[in-house]
Design a protein around this ligand. Sequence first.
Ligand code: ZN
Length: 96
Amino acid sequence: MTTRAQPSCPLCGGELRFSHREYLGGRRSARVLRCRACGAQVRGDAQDDDTRPRPALPARKRPLPDGGHPDNFVLDPTTAEMLRQALGDEPAEPEA
Ligand SMILES: [Zn+2]
């Protein structure tokens, strides 16, 4: 496997590029490729999304390094407090 096999357009043999993902209903979807030369769209194999892991949440908690905040941790106190509360790093002030 030295080079990735590039799919080619069945109509003109041009280069196919990933265009978008088409949802087929339920949890199934398929990649749709578009020919750069003639614009033909080719649907790839349907995939069952149920077998695919869900994308990880973008907000990922990372433990602070030993010794506290990194040196470039430049935040004003208000933003830092908002971040702490948003991340659940510290318990919020007790509510009445
Ligand atoms: Zn084509």
